[in-house]
Design a protein around this ligand. Structure first.
Ligand SMILES: [Cu+2]
Ligand SMILES: [Zn+2]
Length: 252
């Protein structure tokens, strides 16, 4: 596949030969591009290839048919024993655990008329997971941001359970506490929060893969377990669940 084909796939006509923004949602084509050009995971080229974001337009940048498929796969009752998500990806997660390539997953936020967003998760084997994305429609300020145990949206965001906590820890921050604790995302006066997280404890691969689990954006600031009350050690007092989505592998 050459750059012209990639441009066609992405529906655009202007792009640097080095790849760039607007091409960030062409999953399998990018994987092929990475292989063909021998792009090393973690290199600047790799980063550009996978994470360059389309300019913020307020629109979902993903192809319409893809986001429709994702919606359909998560709006019916959960069936996966591991994550309660309808599509659990369990066998695929196992298979890719021995993969030498980078893994990319995504999450589209739902269940809110106001709060929208698409979040990408990327992990090269043996390295931290990079979490990138944009959330719009928020009140300005900090909002708790977590991975919850279940990808079950049968009762909206409420059925996603508590924070993903395979080690039985108390709630905390990105380095301590629940594995699913990602801290806060910070919305500016325009209500837009840009996410750029390097999460050492989040895995897309292996037994502790978060693929199939839920992402929740909360109404209030997460106190990171420092609130000195019982709820702080459970939820960080982050309040209501504003929007949520299931983490799915790219290309499913
Ligand atoms: Cu949460
Ligand atoms: Zn937590």
């Amino acid at each position: 596949m050459n750059i012209e084909d990639l441009k066609k796939l992405a529906g655009i006509d202007k792009v640097e030969p080095s790849m760039g923004e607007n091409l960030s949602y062409v999953g399998s084509a990018k994987a092929e591009y990475q292989r063909k050009h021998n792009i090393k995971p973690g290199s600047p080229e790799w980063f550009k290839l996978w994470f360059a974001q389309p300019k913020l337009t307020g629109e979902n940048p993903m192809p319409k048919n893809e986001s429709k498929e994702i919606k359909e796969s998560v709006t019916t009752e959960g069936s996966c024993p591991r994550t309660k998500a309808k599509e659990c990806s369990c066998s695929k997660v196992k298979t890719i655990s021995e993969a030498k390539d980078s893994i990319i997953a995504q999450c589209e936020l739902m269940h809110s008329d106001k709060v929208k967003g698409t979040i990408l998760f990327m992990q090269a084997p043996g390295t931290p997971t990079l979490i990138k994305g944009t959330v719009t429609g928020l009140e300005p300020g900090e909002h708790g941001f977590h991975i919850h145990e279940f990808g079950d949206m049968s009762k909206g965001c409420e059925s996603m359970g508590g924070h993903y906590n395979p080690d039985g820890a108390d709630h905390g921050d990105i380095d301590n506490g629940h594995v699913g604790d990602l801290g806060n995302i910070n919305a500016g006066q325009d209500g837009v929060a840009t996410i750029n997280i390097r999460a050492k404890r989040i895995d897309l691969l292996g037994e502790r893969s978060v693929v199939g689990r839920g992402v929740v954006v909360h109404a209030k600031q997460d106190d990171l377990g420092q609130g000195k009350d019982a709820e702080s050690l459970k939820t960080g007092n982050a309040g209501d669940r504003l929007a949520c989505g299931v983490i799915t592998l790219r290309g499913e």
